[in-house]
Every structure is written in C-alpha cells, then in structure tokens.
Design a protein around this ligand. Structure first.
Ligand code: GLU
Length: 554
C-alpha cells in the first residue's frame, strides 16, 4: 500500500493534474504584463476598501497590458448571501473598473481560465489534493470537531501555540494502511496539508508594499479540503492563482501573516509563487487617532454611500488614487486635464501603514471634478441622482430645462468655474433660490450683515430697481451702477476709500451689494450676482425686493 493507493481511494474520480495544467496554459502576454485579480467573498456588504483594491489591481494590469479578472470566493457557504456576487460586479462596473475576465453576473462569466466561481471548481481542487496525497504531502484527518476542540483546550491550559502541528498532529502519524482502513470503514475525513516547515526556522519574504518581512516557517498541517469537499481559502488561493496565471496577488494585509503557509503550498504543489502586494486598510482619523474605516461606524465605508449622496464616481476614483500614491497630487497639479488612466500607479509607493481617508478632502476633489463639467452634464447627472433620491428636484429640473441649464451654467465653462457643488445632493440647496416656487417656501430670515437698518435697506432696494437696474447693461456697467448707487446713498464707492477714511463712512459698495444679494437670495454667498440677476429677470428682482421690504415691516 502506498500514497497513490490512498489517493485513489480518497478521490477515485479526480483527474490527473496534467489535464488542468494543459487546459490553463501560461498566458500569452507581452513581457512584463501583470495579471491581477480581485477575489471577493459574496457577503453582501461592499466596502470601499474592496473598491480601492479593485482600482489598484485594474490599474496595474492596464498599465502593463496585462489582465485583471474577478474570481468569486464562495467556499465558505455559511457566510454567503443571496445575490452577493452581482453587487460586487455592479460596483466595479459602475466605477469603470470592469474586469477583463471572470464573473459577469451571478451565473455568467467570460474568459478562458474559468470557472471563476470557486464553488464550481470543486473537482479541480480535489485533483490537486489527490496529487498532494499521492506524493505524501497531504493526508486524511479523522479527528472530530470535538477532538480538535480538546487539543485546543489542552494547548490553551498549557499555554502553548494552538493548532494542528508536531506532536498534536495525530493523524499525520497514521500509517497509510491505517488511513485506508479507516476510510473503508466509513470514518469521516477531511484533508490536511503535511507541512514541511519548522517553527524555529525563519523565512524571509519581500512584499511589494510592505518590503522585507521575516516570519517563522509555517508548521501547521492546515485543512485544505473541508468536510463539504470544498477547499479552504489557502488551498484555493494556491490552486486558483496558479491555474489562472496570476502574476501579482494584491490583497488585504490581513493575509500577510499567511505568506509563509502560501509559499509552502506553492512549493509543495510545484508551482511558481506569485508576487505579493499586501494593501493596508483604509484608515480614518478620529480624535487624533488613526483607525480602520469601519463598516459598523462609518457610513462612508459602504460603496453604496457614494451613490446615495451623489458623489460622482470620477471624484471617488480620483480621490482613491490620491490616497493610493502620494505622487498623484503633484501629477494632478502638473496635469490638470489629463485622464486618470494616464497616471502611472506604483504599487511599491503605497502606504505601508494605511492611507488616511478624509471625507472633506474627497468633497474638495469632487467640487473640482464637478466644476469641470458643463451645465448640461451637471443637469443630467443631477437628474439621474434625483430620480432615485429626490423626486421633487428631478421634476423641477425636468419641467424647467432651459431655465435650469442657465442656472447651472452660472460661472461655469470659464477659467475659474464655480466650485460650490461637491455632490448631487447639494444641488437643491445651491440653486433653490433661483426658483420662485422654492424661494417662496423658504421661511428663513434675511441674513443682512453690515447694513441692517430697515429704512436704509428699503432705500437701497427701491432706488436700485427704479433708477439703476437695466437688464441690458453689461457686467461692468452693472457694477459701476452699484457704485453710483452707493455714492448716492452716502456709502463709500470703493473699499479702498472706505479703509483709508475710517469713520467717514458707515459702509461701502460691498455692503450695498450684500443687501442686494440677501434681498434676492436670502444668502450672503452666491455665485456671480450679475448672472443671477440676468437669469431672474427684472420682474422677479422687483418682486423679491418688494417681498424683502414687506418682510421687514412685519
Ligand atoms: N476572499 C478573500 C477575501 O475576501 C480574498 C483574499 C485574496 O484576495 O486573496 O479576503
């Protein structure tokens, strides 16, 4: 009786591994092309960190004319949720990180290296497990969960390293005959890897992101095939990334400490190991302390949050690149109009300890992104968002298309475009005063500033509309007239003059403008008032001034 007989008894139907080696040949790519993947487990929640990994993996593959694929890791069937796969695929597609290969829906896939869903690869894993058994590099383990628990309790009370290794690896010591007898007698088994490692020896490894790391060798006889016949993550990783010809495994750094085990698996299976790049989690600053962005505490940890808030995906992508490589910011400054595809991402420049995610900065990036859009684009994007999240806004925009395009076009398309919109959910607040129906409903106070006196305000408004305002004035004339009005009312016509003569004036032209602005919009801060007046038109301006005056009488 030898290992081969044992392997045949355990997996009588499994194919020779040469079958798979031929079926999934080396990829025919140009020198230096990188093959990456994203390997999510369908747990329902899509974390921004997952999207971040997808972006990195996609970018690195694209830059080198390589391949980026998606593999669904659904071997832990307890954790699985219904339709968990589609959400991930959708998120990647929405953000423009569409994989070249892999699952395209819950059941469909594209590419020649599939199946790309682990639960459909059972026979492949079994073939490789059989191969290891036939080589004496893996063995059946008959320990019941209770026995494993007992080992653990003993180890705990003796304060020694937990696990199935060395003297604790009971089944490792059985003879082939004993193993075969037990199997024939119908005893339940799983498959364990026979680790060749020793805990007192060290391995050195160079991670692309983390740099040189040193670990004790792995000596655990880990489970490779579970009782349900499916592989564990570790075994599936080795088999799949080998057969799918992954060159660079880019994954979360919670797996860094598994590298000694993974290298051993690759070694024993006779595979060339991939390069590893372990990404630190995205961090958040809370009261001066850095902590992981948490699914439980931070709404922005969910990819769905960005769609709900209406933060454009271009902005999210741009920001993620910003935190991925510190060189991005300079690149962007030097190349304000280049597409992000042109930025060369470097894995070895990624943060070792975790990039900091800052919502305020993301919104700043987003404001710039939106400022570069045309009025038409802003109009369309806002409607697209509002159709799902703010029906009133979407009908308002649709019912007033021409007018809305003018409103959204204020200070847009010029050298210094307006940067007040960071997300589509800001739009209503930003433009509401331009619509009579919304302005009517605004019950807030008029926030007058320096000039607060009722009579002074009425006088400014009345004089301006009756004597100075003319719809046909160009911007310069319009502004000169506000200066004239200021002079007539006894305010300084220039700010400089005001500053040079303290005590002579109670206010200046800027304060007069503020009165006009507040009466028109109930705001102290708006985009260009000349454009606002042009769009509102003389009748509306007059009506608003009257309303402002009458509100003061109350
Ligand atoms: N399914 C694993 C996870 O979600 C993938 C890790 C990897 O990329 O290898 O953590």
């Amino acid at each position: 009786m030898n290992y081969k007989d044992l392997a045949d008894l355990m997996f009588p139907d499994a194919k020779e591994i040469s079958y798979y080696e031929e079926k999934y040949p080396e990829r025919n790519l140009k020198e230096g092309a990188i093959v990456t993947r994203i390997a999510p487990s369908p747990t329902g929640f899509i974390h921004i960190g997952g999207l971040y990994q997808g972006l990195i993996a996609k970018k690195v593959a694209n830059q080198t004319e390589g391949v980026f694929f998606i593999r669904i890791e659904d071997t832990d069937q307890k954790r699985e949720v219904e339709n968990g796969v589609i959400g991930i695929i959708q998120a990647l597609n929405d953000f423009g990180f569409e994989p070249d290969e892999g699952m395209t829906s819950e059941t469909e896939e594209k590419g020649k290296y599939g199946p790309y869903k682990q639960s459909l690869r059972k026979e492949i894993y079994q073939a490789y497990a059989k191969y290891l058994i036939s080589q004496g590099k893996a063995y059946p383990c008959f320990c019941s969960p209770e026995e494993i628990e007992e080992i653990r309790t003993k180890q705990e009370s003796a304060k020694i390293r937990p696990g199935y290794y060395g003297v604790w690896a009971k089944c490792r010591k059985l003879t082939v005959e004993e193993m075969m007898e037990k199997i024939k007698a119908g005893e339940k088994w799983i498959v364990r890897f026979k680790s060749p490692g020793r805990e007192d020896r060290k391995i050195k490894h160079k991670d692309i992101i983390k740099g040189n790391v040193e670990f004790p060798e792995n000596d655990q006889d880990i489970v490779i095939i579970k009782a349900d016949g499916l592989p564990t993550y570790h075994f599936a990783h080795a088999v799949d990334d080998h057969l799918m010809r992954t060159t660079h495994v880019i994954r979360g750094d919670e797996w860094l400490s598994s590298v000694p085990l993974h290298l051993q698996l690759f070694q024993e299976l006779g595979f060339k190991a991939p390069k590893y790049a372990h990404i630190a989690p995205i961090m958040k600053n809370e009261d001066g302390n850095k902590r992981k962005l948490s699914k439980r505490k931070d709404p922005e940890a969910a990819v769905s949050y960005y769609e709900e808030e209406g933060i454009p995906k271009e902005a999210v992508t741009e920001y993620l690149l910003n935190i991925a490589n510190s060189t991005f910011e300079n690149w962007r400054r030097a190349n304000p109009d280049k597409k992000i595809e042109e930025f060369e991402l470097q894995l070895n420049k990624m943060s070792v300890s975790g990039a900091l995610f800052d919502m305020v900065k993301l919104l700043d990036v987003s404001k710039i992104t939106i400022s570069k859009m045309t009025a038409e684009e802003v109009y369309k994007n806002t409607i697209k968002w509002a159709e799902k999240h703010n029906e009133k806004l979407s009908s308002l925009l649709k019912n007033n298309k021409e007018y809305s395009l003018k409103v959204l076009g204020i200070e847009r398309g010029n050298k210094k475009p307006r940067k007040d919109i960071g997300k589509w959910s800001d739009v209503e607040e930003n433009i509401s005063y331009m619509y009579e129906e919304l302005f009517e409903k605004d019950k807030s106070e008029y926030p007058y500033q320096v000039i607060k006196d009722k009579d002074a305000i009425s006088k400014i408004l009345n004089t301006y509309i009756s004597k100075y305002y003319n719809e046909n004035d160009d911007k310069q004339t319009w502004f000169d007239k506000i200066k004239e009005l200021s002079g007539e009312m006894g305010y300084a016509k220039e700010v400089k003059e005001f500053k040079e003569n303290p005590g002579k004036y109670v206010a200046h032209v800027g304060d007069v403008s503020t009165v006009l602005r507040v009466a028109l919009t109930k705001r102290t801060n708006t985009p260009d008032m000349y454009e606002i007046m042009q769009i509102l038109g003389k009748d509306t301006i007059e009506r608003r001034f009257k309303k402002a005056i009458s509100e003061m009488e109350k």
